[in-house]
Write a protein that binds this ligand. Structure first.
Ligand code: PEP
Ligand code: MG
Length: 320
């Protein structure tokens, strides 16, 4: 089976009727990055940079981060490279940085809320990324953004970093900017944010948690934290429709995209890109290559009319 899948390694993720989908990888360390090309991915759709903090008590300094991002660029050799800025907090517990004790960490200081509250830490990462972008294209995305004021703050810090780098005569490159759409507020506030963005990536792991008010890590809530439900489908559809209307690239990087059974539905809904775990990349690519966009769209249309999780599941299992 593994061997049969290998035939998809060097072909683009393209349906029988010629519709191309960007198929990217989710990675969490430099070692995985070196495998991205071997696995036949178009690049990286989500680089979870908080791994840098997993086993240490301090964040690597600017130079060390710069070297890391440059190494990744080198390994990717021009393929898409999407970095997510530090996503600290909630389910991502780290031994360092003196996270505050909070009653509800998932609703607490996490994602950009944390990094905006710790601008020195944030700027170190931003400077390293800006400098690395001098050596290759980088897309930068921000986790847990709810509304446009946060973008104002982020872009102000970026401008400060650019001014400082210029003064220090250190080179830096232009970045493409995006957010992880992972709260219902982000979906509802998208219209005000899209004009400032080049792409968005739907983070269904957190989007499901926040839309269903169900802890993604609580094993007792598997029924209340379904991998797909009518509400989530609706939120995904709202995001895609708005992004498309403004010409902003729209991806999906949650676990949902790593399931080959979901690929026909997700592509049919109009996503430009899927970002998936390396281990399921070829299976997802096979699912895309074996189908037709016309059929995928039909499935999406039917799926979006379902009111029950069970009927939605049925639609997906019945497909083919
Ligand atoms: C998500 O929330 O869907 C996501 C991709 O990010 P993470 O699982 O790292 O929170
Ligand atoms: Mg998330």
């Amino acid at each position: 089976r593994r061997q049969a899948l290998q035939t998809y390694r060097d072909v683009p993720a393209q349906t029988q009727d010629g519709h191309h989908v960007g198929l990217l990888a989710n990675v969490g360390n430099l070692n995985e990055i070196t495998h991205v090309k071997d696995e036949g991915a178009d690049g990286i759709g989500l680089f979870r940079t908080e791994f840098m903090l997993m086993n240490t008590s301090t964040l690597p300094d600017e130079k060390a981060q710069y070297n890391l991002y440059c190494e990744a660029l080198h390994a990717l050799d021009g393929k898409t490279f999407t970095i997510r800025t530090l996503d600290i907090g909630a389910d991502k517990e780290l031994p360092c940085l003196c996270q505050n004790i909070e009653d509800n960490p998932a609703l607490g200081q996490r994602g950009v809320r944390y990094t905006l509250a710790h601008p020195e830490l944030f700027k170190t990462q931003l400077r390293a990324i800006l400098r690395a972008a001098n050596h290759g294209p980088i897309r930068l995305m921000f986790p847990m953004v709810n509304q446009v004021e946060e973008l104002d703050e982020i872009f102000k810090l970026i401008a400060e970093c650019q001014d400082a780098l210029e003064e220090e005569e250190k080179g830096y490159g232009e970045l493409s900017y995006g957010i992880v759409v992972e709260t219902p507020a982000a979906v509802l506030n998208l219209a005000s944010m899209l004009p400032r963005l080049d792409f968005v990536s739907i983070g269904t792991n957190d989007l499901t948690q926040y839309a269903m008010a169900a802890d993604r890590t609580n094993p007792q809530l598997t029924k209340d934290y379904p991998s797909l439900s009518p509400a989530i489908l609706h939120l995904i559809n709202m995001t895609i429709t708005q992004a498309k209307a403004t010409g902003v690239t729209v991806s999906l990087c949650g676990e949902l995209a790593s399931s080959p059974q979901m690929a026909p539905l997700l592509v049919g809904m109009g996503l430009d890109e899927l970002s998936v775990n390396l281990s399921s990349l070829l299976e997802v690519k096979a699912a895309i290559c074996q189908g037709e966009l016309a059929k995928f769209s039909e499935l999406a249309h039917t799926a979006m009319q379902q009111n029950r999780i069970s009927d939605l599941q049925q639609c997906i299992t019945n497909y083919k």
